[in-house]
Design a protein around this ligand. Structure first.
Ligand code: FES
Length: 146
């Protein structure tokens, strides 16, 4: 299966890579399927607008491309608008991903949700949505043989 031009563009020239010092919210998730990790940093202003966003990942090319696209889509939006941008929206914006790579796209989505939840909690506010788990229960073949 071929990657779309958009995926290749965001993979080879990823947007918003890096860290934000003193970020207003940080979210880190691991992907149980491959063990890869994603961290999202958010700068949010007093109107809940995401003024800056950066990501760091140990993920594959598809994870890099989806994070790059996801961060582009949420920048300048309120946290509430950002929550509406699901990984399906991101995958569509990238003109599709091979089915075996869709789990990679979930990383950015979950890390963004966690970073928004972190921002709300730091401000003593309620988190009115489910916070994704740091891992899913879908662990296979990793039992310790000791
Ligand atoms: Fe791990 Fe894609 S294979 S994020």
């Amino acid at each position: 299966m071929q990657y779309s031009e958009k995926v290749m563009d965001h993979f080879t020239h990823p947007r918003n890579v890096g860290e934000i010092d003193n970020a207003d919210g940080v979210g880190t998730v691991g992907n149980a399927k491959c063990g890869d990790i994603m961290r999202i940093y958010l700068d949010v202003d007093e109107n809940d607008v995401i003024v800056d966003v950066k990501f760091k990942t140990f993920g594959c090319g598809a994870a890099i491309a989806t994070s790059s696209m996801a961060t582009e889509l949420i920048k300048g939006k309120t946290i509430w608008e950002a929550l509406e941008i699901t990984n399906a929206v991101v995958v569509e914006a990238l003109e599709g991903l091979p089915p075996v790579k869709v789990h990679c796209s979930v990383l950015a989505d979950d890390a963004i949700k966690m970073a928004i939840a972190d921002y709300l909690k730091r401000n003593g506010r309620e988190v009115p949505f489910d916070i994704p788990a740091d891992d899913d229960d879908d662990h296979h073949g990793t039992e310790d043989e000791d």
